[in-house]
Design a protein around this ligand. Structure first.
Ligand code: MN
Length: 254
């Protein structure tokens, strides 16, 4: 099995080492192609207004001076010798739960894989003050990653779908199990924008996505993480809201 590894935290991110450790339990045919710098929040963006450069670090190990989507495109079209059987993206440092996924470079790299018809899984380690910076920071992902991926290797993936996996912020032996759940809802409307002055006195703004209020709806990824479970959510690229088609069409009639 040929596996392509990518992420949005950048080639040198600690979670990327964790991902490789996980992937090596399934195969030795590992290819690495990730953004050279952190691209968190890049979503599914493509670099169109400047060239991207490919950096080769070793056999089958590359970085791209672009976004996660650029990296997957480069891997599939320029770098790899044949298509991968699986794309793993992560392990992101931080949650990709609820509506996070629309901003997520980690999930978007997997989306790019799904668009190319390749089985793709995004992996994120939720962090908290308790585990951040400790040996447990990626502990849940390291231990539970293989358990979450293994059943997905043979499971049928419908066309234009992918799977999003989040690990709860607690030591691996405190994780209660794995739940397959739907995407929850975050309220980002009150997300913080920090204002400050740069060294030359000019005003700047810095987006923060912390301290988000959310309701823990039953059966969601948010609830599963809160309960201490690994959250596994199948996602689809078709964003059409089907029940609104007739309603909207009615507004354009007559
Ligand atoms: Mn990230």
């Amino acid at each position: 099995m040929r596996i392509l590894l990518t992420n949005d935290d950048g080639y040198h991110a600690p979670g990327f080492e964790v991902l490789e450790e996980i992937a090596r339990q399934f195969s030795d045919d590992i290819w690495v192609c990730a953004p050279s710098e952190e691209q968190s929040g890049a979503g599914h963006s493509l670099t169109l207004n400047r060239p991207v450069r490919l950096q080769k670090f070793a056999e089958r190990r590359f970085a791209v001076t672009g976004t996660p989507t650029d990296s997957v495109m480069m891997a599939l079209r320029e770098v790899m010798d044949g298509e991968p059987d699986l794309i793993l993206s992560g392990v992101n440092r931080g949650a990709n739960l609820g509506d996070d996924i629309t901003y997520s470079g980690t999930v978007s790299a997997a989306i790019e894989g799904a668009l190319a018809g390749i089985r793709a899984i995004a992996l994120s380690q939720v962090y908290s003050r308790d585990t951040n910076g400790t040996e447990h920071e990626f502990g849940a992902a390291r231990e539970w990653g293989p358990k979450a991926i293994e059943p997905l290797l043979k499971a049928p993936f419908a066309e234009r779908t992918l799977v999003n996996v989040n690990f709860p912020p607690r030591p691996a032996n405190d994780v209660k199990g794995i739940r397959v759940v739907r995407q929850g809802f975050h309220d980002y409307s009150r997300g913080s924008i920090v204002e400050g002055r740069d060294p030359r006195g000019h005003r700047y703004f810095w987006f923060g996505l912390h301290a988000i209020e959310h309701t823990l709806d039953h059966g969601t990824d948010l609830e599963a993480i809160d309960d201490g479970y690994v959250a596994v959510t199948p996602l689809q690229l078709d964003l059409t809201h089907y029940s609104s088609i007739d309603t909207l069409a009615g507004r354009f009639e007559g």
